[in-house]
Design a protein around this ligand. Structure first.
Ligand SMILES: CC(C)(COP(=O)(O)OP(=O)(O)OC[C@H]1O[C@@H](n2cnc3c(N)ncnc32)[C@H](O)[C@@H]1OP(=O)(O)O)[C@@H](O)C(=O)NCCC(=O)NCCS
Length: 151
């Protein structure tokens, strides 16, 4: 249990230190929700120097939205999953997604994460985007949108 808390704290600290020329890191907000049984969600809000959020929440049902940059950490398997990453269209192409993900791999690895995983959005063909990250692979051909990176 202590190990779980340590890892989550390291992840949150690292995310708050994420530095990018387009973003105002002092405005970064990270919300952690402990769901019990060694599972937590990490909701990240990134903003630019104008105070605009560069991340967009996603509607998933009537009156229900999913945070636009949402991670889950499962302490039993040391598995960090990218549940959602949605950069607002007008802020895309500034390497926010790429640099954030690379930073996350680095801090996650240091904090003891053993596996990164994610499911590519079928609507945006993001599988091509994910496969550009070294180490990310599709382990099961029956689940062509499921990606993993193991340390
Ligand atoms: C995918 C996403 C998070 C990337 O964030 P970003 O900050 O705009 O991306 P970056 O600036 O770091 O990288 C841009 C590169 O990714 C490529 N890219 C972006 N979206 C892509 C997609 N759906 N498929 C393939 N390549 C994609 C761009 O063509 C560009 O390639 P280049 O480096 O060869 O020029 C962003 O485009 C987005 O929010 N897309 C819509 C939602 C989505 O598909 N999210 C992933 C859910 S699994």
């Amino acid at each position: 249990m202590k190990y779980f808390v340590y890892t989550v704290n390291q992840l949150v600290e690292g995310i708050q230190e994420f530095d990018h020329p387009y973003l105002d890191s002092r405005r970064t907000q990270v919300f952690v929700q402990d769901n019990g049984r060694n599972l937590c969600t990490i909701d990240v809000k990134l903003s630019n120097y104008l105070g605009e959020s560069v991340i967009e929440d996603q509607p998933v049902g009537p009156g229900i939205t999913m945070p636009g940059l949402l991670l889950t950490y499962y302490g039993i398997n040391h598995d960090l999953t990218v549940e959602n990453i949605y950069v607002k269209p007008e802020h895309r192409g500034q390497r926010i997604g790429t640099i954030f993900m690379k930073h996350l791999f680095e801090i996650g690895k240091k904090a003891g994460v053993k596996k990164f995983s994610g499911v590519a959005d079928p609507k945006t063909k993001a599988i091509d985007y994910w496969l550009k990250f070294p180490g990310f692979r599709v382990p099961d051909p029956n689940r062509p949108l499921y990606l993993e990176l193991n340390f």
